[in-house]
Design a protein around this ligand. Structure first.
Ligand SMILES: Cc1ncc(COP(=O)(O)O)c(C=O)c1O
Length: 400
């Protein structure tokens, strides 16, 4: 397609404006995130928050051998809240306290709409900071996340799944809850993980640099799904600034519109045609990833030309991968982590032999025992439970 000169100037100017805005945000933000950088050589650390970040990067030996590419995984489920969302949650609370949107020293109310992981991260941090935590979540997430939130002391409201244009969508409900509390004179803050850029900046200032150092600057490709888009945008942007040729690839599940947004510039998915729309918005078993809209945190990555490509992953491929991974490499992971790894396999053959691919384990299988790791649930969704014959042969056949 040919673009007119003014159109190209407009695009260049827009990219420039976004880059400058991001650079300014990063500048003001870095000072508050330096405390993330626990010195590797100092084994001691002060309190719960000091455990956030600096997660290991682990090579999957068998998969790397099969693919003839080095596949590394950033173990984000080893953060103290069991999720990479700990980084974003800490950054958003820090930012709010810094700008007096939450009282320093505690006494505020943190409100979020979340599929679970960010809520868990926030709830734990609210305990260390002395705030109350209110979480609104959709009803299509594993019940163990709900229970954990309650154990952590959060107030949990579970609402039916709805589209973002519906006032009853969990994010809209959370926003209104925070406003009502503020109107009533309380110190409430809606963290707004999808739009709050502190989320993406947490990954830009911590996860990205960690991966860069841990790979000894030898990373060639970063593969990640998107929930809010914070991880893919933040890590992708940092890695690309170090080495422009790093390929940043989105992994997208069924029912999400982001694959088409990256591939064709249009946020659309056939599952969301009016006639085929199911009661649940996302036709996937993957939790915490895939969207029917483009969020600010994802947009930043797109507008800065950070995200190069997208890979579509089927639910069955994620199930097979999770079982194979447990049997062959010993890791028990959740649905989004398995999707990420399928994405890494699919992209691997587009990269040269011996190149280095990095992806992320977002959370553990323990948070998915009632759905992704339940044989009954998998069969109810018309998927195959991989009994004895755990195999990713089909997947490998497609790519090798
Ligand atoms: C389990 C899980 N995996 C992956 C993600 C995606 O992370 P991000 O929000 O940074 O895109 C999320 C986000 O909520 C999640 O809950």
């Amino acid at each position: 397609m040919k673009h007119s000169p003014w159109m190209m100037t407009l695009t260049t100017t827009a990219t420039l404006i976004v880059s400058v805005a991001v650079a300014a945000l990063v500048y003001t933000y870095t000072s508050t995130t330096n405390k993330f950088r626990r010195k590797q050589e100092d084994e001691r650390c002060a309190g719960y928050e000091a455990l956030i970040g600096n997660t290991p990067l682990v090579k999957l030996e068998k998969l790397s051998k099969i693919l003839k590419r080095n596949v590394y995984v950033k173990m984000e489920h080893m953060n103290p809240g069991g999720t990479g969302k700990d980084r974003a949650a800490l950054a958003m609370i820090d930012q709010a306290e810094k700008h007096n949107l939450l009282p320093r020293g505690g006494g505020g109310i943190v409100v979020e709409g979340t599929s679970g992981s960010t809520g868990i991260a926030l709830a734990a941090l609210c305990n260390t900071r002395g705030h109350k935590c209110v979480i609104v979540m959709p009803d299509d997430q594993a019940v163990e996340k709900q229970q954990l939130l309650q154990y952590l002391g959060a107030r949990v409201e579970v609402v039916p799944t709805a589209s973002i244009s519906n006032p009853k969508h969990y994010v809209n409900m959370a926003r209104r809850y925070a406003k009502r509390e503020c109107d009533g004179g309380k110190f409430a803050f809606f963290t707004d993980q999808f739009e709050n850029e502190a989320n993406m900046l947490a990954h830009y200032t911590t996860t990205g640099p960690e991966i860069w150092e841990q790979t000894r600057h030898e990373v060639d490709c970063f593969v990640m799904s998107s929930g809010t888009g914070g991880t893919i945008s933040g890590v992708g942007m940092y890695l690309k600034e170090q080495k422009r040729s790093v390929k940043v690839v989105l992994v997208d599940p069924p029912g999400s519109c982001l694959y088409n947004k990256v591939k064709h510039g249009v946020a659309y998915t056939s599952e969301q045609r009016e006639r085929s729309l199911r009661r649940h918005r996302y036709d996937t078993i993957a939790e915490g990833i895939g969207l029917d809209r483009v969020t600010q945190n994802f947009s930043i990555g797109l507008d800065c030309d950070t995200i190069d490509d997208a890979i579509f992953v089927k639910d069955q491929e994620a199930v097979d991968m999770a079982h194979w991974l447990l049997k062959e490499e010993g890791f028990f992971v959740g649905s989004s982590s398995a999707m990420n790894l399928v994405g890494a396999v699919k992209i691997s053959q587009q990269l040269q032999e011996n190149s280095t691919i990095v992806t992320v384990f977002c959370d553990s299988g323990q948070r998915h025992v009632s759905r992704f790791w339940s044989e009954k649930f998998i069969q109810e969704r018309n998927l195959q439970w991989p009994h004895g014959d755990v195999s990713i042969a089909n997947l490998l056949q497609q790519v090798t």
